[in-house]
Design a protein around this ligand. Structure first.
Ligand code: HEM
Length: 539
């Protein structure tokens, strides 16, 4: 037996395997060879295996991590080991602009997201991840079409509120509603109205599948991240059951619509001659993300782009990116607003009523732009309630790594970030930073008007708008990879929040319910409720 084990045919592969396992364990657990030599958040001077021990402490007490980052590492870089094998190289706030300005050949944007969310296992059609054409449509068509989409979005908002919050204005007809659960349904159908139009965008099965996919994906990814890469393909089928089921449910509703649209598109092309390059040449029947995606996909050299499942995968990917982020933000905004003061609500109502009167009662783009207090409230809520602790996460891919402004070299293969949440609460940038001041940015805008009260300092004023990113405001990221959907998201948030304020009386809360912390993420009070009653009001 021993002789058999000592035979080269067995010994050579066994040694190789043992070496590989030891190397992997060392890399994952002890010290990856490319990790820079920086202080470790969560470690103690007495630790034998500082990275491993800190990883364990950090994954069990995230509040301590946040406190340590905020007190010890405000102005110097450090390592933040998290659950699984992930270690973030956290750089000080002063590096934000420098990071945002790096070329894609040095710092990569999608990879931290692709790895963190384990897209390899949680996304069915990998071509959507490899070739994210949908992002271009979001930053071009969707953003440019906001003013044309607003009427449809308003119709969907009205439909959603009437369904979920009721229409009875009688004195004793108030009802308690779960904030997050009802608003995410409204946002789900408003968003899908812009993505795939009626009737499919309002189909409860589609909205439910999109929301459930968005909820399940980060949870399943979190579990998968705990395993080393070579084990993942083995365990993924067990851990991705929910995302796979929700993907199927979503595709089941959407595919017939996509096939029909592709068919109509081909017929139209046949009748009207060759299509032009680009995304403008649609059949003209629909004005939504799906329709803009078809000519883009057809013009691509890779025929997989125009497969119905690829197009469905893009809509699902956008549901993932759009619905939870917007629903979390509006839930925070509702709790922030209705635990502030009735005067604040009245001030908002005055502004909205005045602006609508100036715009013939229309919730159009111009009116939304003129609602500066509402815009300010959205920006203030985003500032205070950034979901992730880390801002502008990027993977270092440059051959020579990435060198910070202060001269620290971060080798290739590391994920860097800045403390985004802390930046939003910096007293130097935002006096009384921990307090919700809904009109903080509207006041700043007012102060930047010309001395004669004219709106002369346009650029300065636009800097205070909710969708504008800067190194001190990172909820939408910053730089060329900043969220391309932010203009759509802000328009939607203002429309829905404005509609809510004007059409419902909400009982003020004595205290804002507490947020929920899940690892590095801060979520709004997902189970929180408020008491509402329909108001008699017409624009
Ligand atoms: C309040 C709502 C939203 C928040 C807070 C948010 C936040 C973010 C953040 C932080 C990023 C990463 C940016 C960076 O690292 O610099 C991002 C990327 C992205 N977001 Fe949003 N987002 C929101 C709504 C939306 C909506 C409505 C859409 C689509 C209609 C969307 C589509 C995307 C896409 C496609 C990316 C990837 C961009 C890239 O890889 O270059 N987001 N978003």
């Amino acid at each position: 037996m021993l002789d058999d084990l000592l035979r080269p045919a067995f010994l050579a592969p066994a040694t190789l395997l043992a070496g590989y396992l030891i190397y992997t364990a060392w890399q994952v657990l002890i010290w990856p060879s490319n990790l820079p030599d920086l202080p470790i958040v969560g470690s103690k001077s007495s630790d034998w295996l500082p990275l491993l021990q800190a990883r364990w402490r950090n994954s069990t007490n995230y509040a301590a991590v946040a406190h340590e980052i905020n007190t010890l590492y405000k102005n110097r870089p450090c390592l933040v080991p998290l659950g699984g094998s992930e270690t973030i190289v956290l750089l000080p706030a002063s590096e934000t602009q420098h990071i945002a300005e790096q070329p894609d050949a040095v710092l990569n944007m999608p990879q931290p997201m692709v790895q963190g969310l384990q897209f390899k296992y949680t996304v069915r059609d990998q071509v959507v991840v490899e070739e994210p054409l949908h992002q271009k449509i979001v930053s071009s068509n969707l953003t440019h079409q906001i003013s044309n989409l607003l009427q449809d979005m308003l119709e969907e908002t009205e439909w959603g509120f009437e369904k979920h919050w009721g229409t009875d204005t009688a004195g004793d007809s108030s009802r308690e509603v779960p904030v997050f659960d009802t608003l995410r349904r409204i946002i789900g159908s408003v968003t899908n109205r812009a993505f795939v139009g009626l009737p499919t965008g309002r189909d409860p099965a589609l909205v439910e599948a999109g929301m459930s996919y968005a909820a399940a994906l980060p949870q399943e990814a979190g579990k998968l991240r705990m395993y080393p890469s070579f084990i993942k393909p083995l365990v993924a089928p067990f851990y991705t059951k929910r995302t796979r089921a929700h993907t199927k449910a979503f595709y089941d509703v959407l595919m017939p619509e996509i096939r029909q649209r592709l068919h109509e598109y081909d017929q139209y092309q046949e009748k009207n001659g060759q299509q032009q390059e680009g995304v403008k040449n649609t059949t003209g029947h629909h004005n939504d993300f799906l329709q803009w995606s078809i000519p883009q996909a057809k013009a691509h050299r890779d025929p997989r782009m125009a497969e119905p499942s690829t197009l469905a995968g893009r809509v699902l990917m956008l549901n993932f990116g759009a619905i939870h982020t917007t629903s979390f933000t509006i839930t925070h905004a509702v709790f922030d607003l209705f635990s502030s003061s009735q005067e604040t609500v009245d001030e908002l109502r005055d502004e909205i009523a005045r602006v609508l009167a100036q715009n013939e009662g229309q919730w159009n783009k111009k009116a939304l732009l003129q609602m500066e207090k509402l815009d300010s409230l959205v920006r203030e809520t985003l500032r205070l309630n950034m979901a992730s602790t880390f801002g502008v996460p990027r993977l270092v891919i440059g051959e020579d790594g990435f060198t910070t402004r202060s001269g620290v070299r971060i080798p290739r293969g590391n994920i860097i970030a800045v403390p985004g949440k802390n930046i939003g609460r910096d007293e130097a940038l935002y006096p009384d930073a921990d307090t919700f001041h809904p009109f903080r940015f509207a006041d700043k805008r007012r102060r930047s008007r010309g001395e004669d009260g004219q709106e002369v300092k346009y650029v300065k004023r636009a800097r205070q708008a909710a969708a504008t990113t800067d190194a001190g405001f990172l909820p939408f990221g910053h730089g060329k990879h900043a969220c391309p959907g932010r203009f759509f998201a802000v328009a939607q948030l203002k429309l829905i929040l404005g509609y809510l304020v004007m059409n419902y009386d909400v009982e003020m809360l004595k205290e804002r319910p507490a947020d929920i912390y899940v690892g590095v993420a801060k979520l709004p009070p997902l189970g929180g409720k408020i008491r509402v009653r329909r108001r008699e009001w017409t624009a």
